[in-house]
Write a protein that binds this ligand. Structure first.
Ligand code: FAD
Ligand code: NAP
Length: 338
């Protein structure tokens, strides 16, 4: 086992730029190190938190327990047909590095998920999604270490219980399964690009080229303009999930607010825009102490400088109550709060 650090600063491991510490911290660079860690007394005794880059995390204080991070690297092509290629990737690789690599090889599927911060290991956990694509559409299997049985397990995609920003790893196995490798199935040219979302099609047509690289560039540019940069402004992306409500409730809301965006979300369910609900509540750019909603995208809560996690959480609770009072819709955090 490499080093287990004590009283470890998590300041660089949360994109909200909050100051917090963990009682213990272990970085797993090889699968064997995970097995060794699992034999330690403190592994049995301490509450555990699995962390990647901390870009979907709000720490409201110190973590009194053991934080485990995967630093497992590796990228190999494990299978290939005329149409597809299967790649197995270490969970410690940076997500956007993987997307860039896939696009550079002209292997399709991940390009709409460009410029999402964090590690590969977190992608199946929350089934990351953006611009009409979801990680589940490309994930073939997820391998990792089960803390309870202390064995390595493989989940085929069908066993991962993927759902909207959710999976078995975020529910039953939350902080109990360290993802070590993820296998993705990517497509070879000719590609069918996902352009139905927003003005992607329009932007692509302007370029006169229908390539993965153009899609990645367009999406990266939109995100750069719309979202705060984690290097300069503490944030964890969308703080709340887009609420999914019944068709009946959505129809009632649409009667009262005809301009409200709403998207079909399966069996008599409708997805609303959390950003719209917050904006229409007059809370875009709203500031409370050292926490605020972003002026471009109110779904993103920001640390305006030196905020504590509690201050951010206080703002989040205020927004939830305000939106609930006005629309009868309870926003649920997408960010993991500790
Ligand atoms: P962390 O925040 O460290 O952890 C997230 C979850 O994954 C936790 O439950 C953690 O326990 C678990 N986890 C992490 N690594 C492992 C592992 N190896 N094994 C098991 N569990 C693990 N998300 C989207 O879905 N779409 C977006 O478009 C998007 N845009 C964003 C934009 C910005 C500016 C920011 C700051 C965030 C955005 N996010 C988005 C949220 C976030 O980037 C993703 O959820 C990302 O996958 C989190 O990766 P991470 O490594 O930082 O995970
Ligand atoms: P947007 O385009 O302003 O749209 C607002 C919301 O409406 C989105 O959250 C999206 O839901 C939904 N939506 C828009 N068009 C849709 C369509 N054609 N079909 C179904 N749903 C649609 O959103 P944005 O804030 O600029 O973000 C763009 C994309 O990046 C979104 O997919 C968003 O999820 C993702 N993103 C995620 C995070 C995060 O932290 N999770 C942060 C920034 C951006 P969906 O969210 O379900 O797509």
């Amino acid at each position: 086992m490499g080093l287990i650090y004590q009283n470890y600063s998590l300041d660089h491991l949360n994109t909200f730029h909050l100051s917090a510490r963990a009682s213990y911290f272990a970085l797993i660079r090889q699968p064997a190190e995970m097995e060794q860690l699992a034999r330690e007394d403190l592994f049995r005794e301490q509450p555990k938190l699995i962390l990647g880059g901390g870009s979907n995390l709000l720490l409201t204080g110190n973590f009194n327990g053991l934080v485990i991070r995967s630093g497992i690297q590796g990228l190999e092509c494990v299978d290939e047909t005329d149409e597809s290629v299967w790649i197995r990737v270490g969970s410690g690789m940076e997500w956007d590095e993987l997307v860039a690599w896939a696009v550079a090889h002209d292997w399709g599927g991940l390009e709409n998920l460009s410029a999402i911060p964090g590690d590969v290991g977190a992608a199946p956990v929350q089934n990351i999604g953006a611009y009409g694509a979801e990680a589940k559409d490309m994930i073939e299997r997820v391998e990792g270490f089960d803390f309870n049985s202390k064995t390595w397990k493989t989940f085929e995609a069908g066993e991962c219980e993927f759902d909207y920003r959710n999976s078995i790893f975020k529910k039953k196995f939350k902080n109990e399964f360290l993802v070590s490798q993820v296998t993705f199935r990517l497509s070879k040219a000719p590609h069918s690009l996902l352009t139905h979302y927003g003005n992607l099609e329009e932007e692509l047509q302007k370029t006169g080229t229908r390539s993965l690289a153009e899609m990645r560039r367009i999406i990266t540019d939109i995100r750069r303009l719309k979202l705060p940069d984690i290097h300069t402004t503490g944030n964890a992306g969308s703080f709340f999930k887009n609420p999914v409500v019944s068709l009946v409730q959505a129809d009632q809301l649409r009667d009262a607010y005809p301009n409200m965006p709403a998207y079909p979300a399966g069996d008599r369910q409708v997805k609303l825009s959390a950003a719209w609900l917050i904006d229409q509540s007059g809370l875009k750019g709203y500031t409370m102490g050292r926490a605020a909603t972003h002026t471009q995208q109110p779904l993103v809560l920001i640390n305006t400088g030196g905020a504590t996690g509690e201050e951010i959480w206080k703002l989040a609770e205020y927004i939830r109550e305000f939106v609930f009072d006005r629309y009868g819709v309870m926003l649920e955090p997408e960010v993991n709060v500790y």
